[in-house]
Design a protein. Structure first.
Length: 271
Protein backbone atom coordinates (compact mmCIF):
# COMPACT_ATOMS: atom_id res chain seq x y z
CA UNK A 1 0.00 0.00 0.00
CA UNK A 2 1.32 3.45 -0.87
CA UNK A 3 0.25 6.80 0.54
CA UNK A 4 -2.33 7.44 -2.17
CA UNK A 5 -3.93 4.03 -1.60
CA UNK A 6 -3.90 4.64 2.15
CA UNK A 7 -5.65 8.00 1.75
CA UNK A 8 -8.30 6.45 -0.48
CA UNK A 9 -8.92 3.53 1.88
CA UNK A 10 -9.28 5.79 4.91
CA UNK A 11 -11.67 8.18 3.19
CA UNK A 12 -13.78 5.36 1.73
CA UNK A 13 -14.23 3.78 5.15
CA UNK A 14 -12.25 0.63 4.42
CA UNK A 15 -10.39 -0.80 7.40
CA UNK A 16 -6.71 -0.02 7.65
CA UNK A 17 -4.45 -1.75 10.18
CA UNK A 18 -1.40 -0.16 11.77
CA UNK A 19 0.77 -0.10 14.86
CA UNK A 20 2.97 2.53 16.46
CA UNK A 21 6.76 2.48 16.62
CA UNK A 22 9.13 4.17 19.03
CA UNK A 23 12.18 1.90 18.66
CA UNK A 24 14.72 2.91 16.00
CA UNK A 25 16.12 -0.63 15.82
CA UNK A 26 16.85 -1.73 12.25
CA UNK A 27 15.33 -5.13 13.06
CA UNK A 28 11.77 -3.91 13.72
CA UNK A 29 10.74 -2.95 10.17
CA UNK A 30 10.99 -6.55 8.92
CA UNK A 31 8.82 -7.73 11.81
CA UNK A 32 6.22 -5.07 11.00
CA UNK A 33 6.28 -6.20 7.38
CA UNK A 34 5.77 -9.85 8.40
CA UNK A 35 2.91 -8.80 10.69
CA UNK A 36 1.08 -7.35 7.69
CA UNK A 37 0.53 -3.75 8.80
CA UNK A 38 -0.86 -1.36 6.18
CA UNK A 39 1.22 1.51 7.53
CA UNK A 40 3.37 2.34 10.53
CA UNK A 41 2.90 5.25 12.94
CA UNK A 42 6.24 6.62 14.16
CA UNK A 43 5.90 8.81 17.22
CA UNK A 44 8.08 11.88 17.77
CA UNK A 45 5.71 13.65 20.17
CA UNK A 46 6.28 11.51 23.27
CA UNK A 47 9.71 10.15 22.34
CA UNK A 48 13.20 11.67 21.92
CA UNK A 49 13.65 10.50 18.32
CA UNK A 50 15.77 13.01 16.39
CA UNK A 51 15.34 14.23 12.83
CA UNK A 52 18.11 12.07 11.36
CA UNK A 53 16.86 8.93 13.10
CA UNK A 54 13.30 9.60 11.94
CA UNK A 55 14.52 9.95 8.37
CA UNK A 56 16.39 6.62 8.51
CA UNK A 57 13.27 4.93 9.89
CA UNK A 58 11.05 6.47 7.20
CA UNK A 59 13.41 5.50 4.39
CA UNK A 60 13.58 1.92 5.67
CA UNK A 61 9.82 1.46 5.94
CA UNK A 62 9.29 3.06 2.53
CA UNK A 63 11.77 0.60 1.01
CA UNK A 64 9.57 -2.20 2.39
CA UNK A 65 6.44 -0.61 0.85
CA UNK A 66 5.05 0.33 4.26
CA UNK A 67 4.00 4.00 4.39
CA UNK A 68 5.62 5.69 7.41
CA UNK A 69 3.35 8.27 9.05
CA UNK A 70 5.12 10.41 11.67
CA UNK A 71 3.40 12.10 14.57
CA UNK A 72 5.03 15.50 14.82
CA UNK A 73 5.72 17.14 18.22
CA UNK A 74 3.04 19.82 17.78
CA UNK A 75 0.53 20.93 15.11
CA UNK A 76 3.21 23.14 13.56
CA UNK A 77 3.48 23.37 9.74
CA UNK A 78 7.27 23.57 9.87
CA UNK A 79 7.45 20.35 11.91
CA UNK A 80 5.30 18.74 9.22
CA UNK A 81 7.62 19.97 6.47
CA UNK A 82 10.61 18.46 8.25
CA UNK A 83 9.24 14.92 8.48
CA UNK A 84 7.95 14.98 4.89
CA UNK A 85 11.35 16.16 3.67
CA UNK A 86 12.89 13.30 5.65
CA UNK A 87 10.86 10.67 3.82
CA UNK A 88 7.57 10.35 5.72
CA UNK A 89 4.48 9.52 3.67
CA UNK A 90 2.46 11.79 5.90
CA UNK A 91 2.06 13.11 9.41
CA UNK A 92 -0.19 12.95 12.44
CA UNK A 93 -0.82 16.35 14.03
CA UNK A 94 -1.23 16.02 17.81
CA UNK A 95 -3.73 17.98 19.86
CA UNK A 96 -5.25 19.74 16.88
CA UNK A 97 -8.04 22.00 18.12
CA UNK A 98 -8.95 24.60 15.48
CA UNK A 99 -9.95 24.87 11.84
CA UNK A 100 -7.09 27.31 11.23
CA UNK A 101 -4.56 24.72 12.41
CA UNK A 102 -6.16 22.19 10.05
CA UNK A 103 -6.08 24.72 7.20
CA UNK A 104 -2.37 25.49 7.62
CA UNK A 105 -1.43 21.80 7.83
CA UNK A 106 -3.57 21.04 4.78
CA UNK A 107 -1.49 23.65 2.98
CA UNK A 108 1.64 21.65 3.82
CA UNK A 109 0.32 18.25 2.72
CA UNK A 110 -1.30 19.54 -0.50
CA UNK A 111 0.91 22.45 -1.60
CA UNK A 112 4.44 21.50 -0.52
CA UNK A 113 7.00 22.97 -1.34
CA UNK A 114 5.14 26.30 -1.36
CA UNK A 115 5.78 28.45 1.70
CA UNK A 116 5.33 32.01 2.89
CA UNK A 117 3.00 34.46 1.17
CA UNK A 118 2.60 32.24 -1.90
CA UNK A 119 1.36 29.38 0.25
CA UNK A 120 -1.07 31.60 2.16
CA UNK A 121 -2.51 32.84 -1.13
CA UNK A 122 -3.05 29.24 -2.28
CA UNK A 123 -4.66 28.29 1.03
CA UNK A 124 -7.09 31.22 0.82
CA UNK A 125 -7.85 30.78 -2.87
CA UNK A 126 -6.57 27.70 -4.76
CA UNK A 127 -7.61 29.33 -8.05
CA UNK A 128 -4.57 31.62 -7.73
CA UNK A 129 -2.38 28.65 -8.66
CA UNK A 130 -1.24 28.64 -12.27
CA UNK A 131 -2.42 25.51 -14.17
CA UNK A 132 1.12 24.17 -14.57
CA UNK A 133 1.91 24.71 -10.89
CA UNK A 134 -1.38 23.14 -9.80
CA UNK A 135 -0.65 20.01 -11.86
CA UNK A 136 2.86 19.84 -10.43
CA UNK A 137 1.64 20.12 -6.84
CA UNK A 138 -1.12 17.55 -7.30
CA UNK A 139 1.33 15.04 -8.76
CA UNK A 140 4.06 15.71 -6.21
CA UNK A 141 1.75 15.48 -3.18
CA UNK A 142 -0.71 12.79 -4.28
CA UNK A 143 0.70 10.32 -1.72
CA UNK A 144 0.63 12.73 1.24
CA UNK A 145 -1.46 11.62 4.25
CA UNK A 146 -2.76 14.01 6.92
CA UNK A 147 -4.16 12.50 10.12
CA UNK A 148 -5.39 14.71 12.95
CA UNK A 149 -5.30 13.75 16.63
CA UNK A 150 -8.59 14.85 18.18
CA UNK A 151 -8.00 14.58 21.90
CA UNK A 152 -9.63 17.45 23.77
CA UNK A 153 -13.00 18.99 24.53
CA UNK A 154 -12.17 22.18 22.53
CA UNK A 155 -11.31 20.00 19.53
CA UNK A 156 -14.68 18.26 19.84
CA UNK A 157 -16.47 21.61 19.98
CA UNK A 158 -14.68 22.73 16.82
CA UNK A 159 -14.83 19.40 15.01
CA UNK A 160 -17.43 20.38 12.41
CA UNK A 161 -15.32 23.38 11.36
CA UNK A 162 -12.11 21.33 11.42
CA UNK A 163 -13.61 18.66 9.16
CA UNK A 164 -15.08 21.29 6.83
CA UNK A 165 -11.55 22.36 5.85
CA UNK A 166 -11.49 19.19 3.76
CA UNK A 167 -7.80 18.32 3.94
CA UNK A 168 -7.83 15.72 6.71
CA UNK A 169 -7.72 12.08 5.61
CA UNK A 170 -8.49 10.58 9.01
CA UNK A 171 -9.16 11.43 12.62
CA UNK A 172 -7.22 9.53 15.28
CA UNK A 173 -8.38 9.90 18.87
CA UNK A 174 -5.77 10.08 21.61
CA UNK A 175 -7.70 8.32 24.41
CA UNK A 176 -5.47 9.32 27.32
CA UNK A 177 -5.50 13.03 26.51
CA UNK A 178 -9.20 12.95 25.66
CA UNK A 179 -10.12 11.27 28.95
CA UNK A 180 -8.11 13.89 30.87
CA UNK A 181 -9.73 16.74 28.94
CA UNK A 182 -13.14 15.27 29.75
CA UNK A 183 -12.22 15.26 33.46
CA UNK A 184 -12.28 11.45 33.72
CA UNK A 185 -8.59 10.45 33.43
CA UNK A 186 -8.04 6.91 32.13
CA UNK A 187 -11.70 5.97 32.66
CA UNK A 188 -12.13 4.40 29.25
CA UNK A 189 -15.39 2.64 30.09
CA UNK A 190 -17.03 5.80 31.44
CA UNK A 191 -20.23 6.70 29.53
CA UNK A 192 -18.86 10.20 28.94
CA UNK A 193 -15.75 8.82 27.23
CA UNK A 194 -17.70 6.30 25.15
CA UNK A 195 -20.17 8.98 24.02
CA UNK A 196 -17.30 11.29 23.03
CA UNK A 197 -15.59 8.61 20.92
CA UNK A 198 -18.83 7.68 19.18
CA UNK A 199 -19.60 11.34 18.43
CA UNK A 200 -16.14 11.92 16.93
CA UNK A 201 -16.38 8.75 14.84
CA UNK A 202 -19.83 9.68 13.57
CA UNK A 203 -18.82 13.18 12.50
CA UNK A 204 -15.59 12.03 10.87
CA UNK A 205 -17.24 9.29 8.84
CA UNK A 206 -20.08 11.62 7.79
CA UNK A 207 -17.44 14.05 6.48
CA UNK A 208 -15.74 11.34 4.41
CA UNK A 209 -12.75 10.98 6.74
CA UNK A 210 -11.35 7.89 8.34
CA UNK A 211 -11.77 7.49 12.10
CA UNK A 212 -9.81 5.59 14.69
CA UNK A 213 -8.65 5.32 18.28
CA UNK A 214 -5.06 4.61 19.29
CA UNK A 215 -5.80 1.67 21.56
CA UNK A 216 -3.65 -0.66 23.63
CA UNK A 217 -5.57 -2.34 26.52
CA UNK A 218 -6.95 -5.21 24.44
CA UNK A 219 -8.33 -6.58 21.18
CA UNK A 220 -11.86 -7.00 22.58
CA UNK A 221 -12.26 -3.23 22.93
CA UNK A 222 -10.71 -2.61 19.52
CA UNK A 223 -13.36 -4.85 17.98
CA UNK A 224 -16.05 -2.77 19.67
CA UNK A 225 -14.63 0.52 18.37
CA UNK A 226 -14.37 -0.91 14.87
CA UNK A 227 -17.99 -1.99 14.98
CA UNK A 228 -19.17 1.49 15.96
CA UNK A 229 -17.43 3.16 13.03
CA UNK A 230 -13.68 3.11 13.49
CA UNK A 231 -11.92 2.06 10.29
CA UNK A 232 -8.39 3.11 11.33
CA UNK A 233 -7.29 0.23 13.56
CA UNK A 234 -4.26 1.59 15.42
CA UNK A 235 -3.09 -1.33 17.51
CA UNK A 236 -0.77 -0.63 20.44
CA UNK A 237 2.94 0.17 20.06
CA UNK A 238 6.11 -1.87 19.87
CA UNK A 239 6.91 -0.95 23.47
CA UNK A 240 3.47 -1.79 24.91
CA UNK A 241 3.22 -5.07 23.03
CA UNK A 242 6.68 -6.15 24.23
CA UNK A 243 5.96 -5.07 27.80
CA UNK A 244 2.56 -6.77 28.03
CA UNK A 245 3.76 -10.07 26.60
CA UNK A 246 6.95 -10.12 28.66
CA UNK A 247 5.08 -9.31 31.88
CA UNK A 248 2.47 -11.99 31.24
CA UNK A 249 4.92 -14.72 30.28
CA UNK A 250 7.29 -14.02 33.18
CA UNK A 251 4.31 -14.13 35.54
CA UNK A 252 3.22 -17.46 34.02
CA UNK A 253 6.74 -18.87 34.41
CA UNK A 254 6.95 -17.79 38.05
CA UNK A 255 3.54 -19.27 38.76
CA UNK A 256 4.35 -22.60 37.06
CA UNK A 257 7.63 -22.80 38.97
CA UNK A 258 5.93 -22.39 42.32
CA UNK A 259 6.56 -18.70 42.81
CA UNK A 260 2.91 -17.75 42.76
CA UNK A 261 3.49 -15.00 45.28
CA UNK A 262 5.63 -13.06 42.86
CA UNK A 263 3.87 -10.46 40.78
CA UNK A 264 4.73 -7.66 38.43
CA UNK A 265 3.17 -4.25 38.13
CA UNK A 266 1.12 -3.87 34.99
CA UNK A 267 1.51 -0.39 33.61
CA UNK A 268 1.23 1.06 30.13
CA UNK A 269 3.00 4.05 28.67
CA UNK A 270 1.01 6.90 27.15
CA UNK A 271 2.32 6.83 23.58
Amino acid sequence: MDGQQLRKALREGRRVYASAMVSPSSIWPRFQQKAGVDFVFIDSEHTPLGRETLSWMCQTFSALNIPPIVRIPSPDPFEAYKVLDGGASGFIAPYLETAEQARQLTGVIRYRPLKGIRLQEAIRDPSTLEPELRTYLEERNRHGVFIANIESVPAMRNLDEILAVGGIDSILIGPHDLSCSLGIPEQYTHPKFIAAVEEIFRKARAAGCGAGLHWWPGVHDELHWARVGGNLIMHATDITLSTMHLQQELQDLRSQLGESGASVEKSLENI
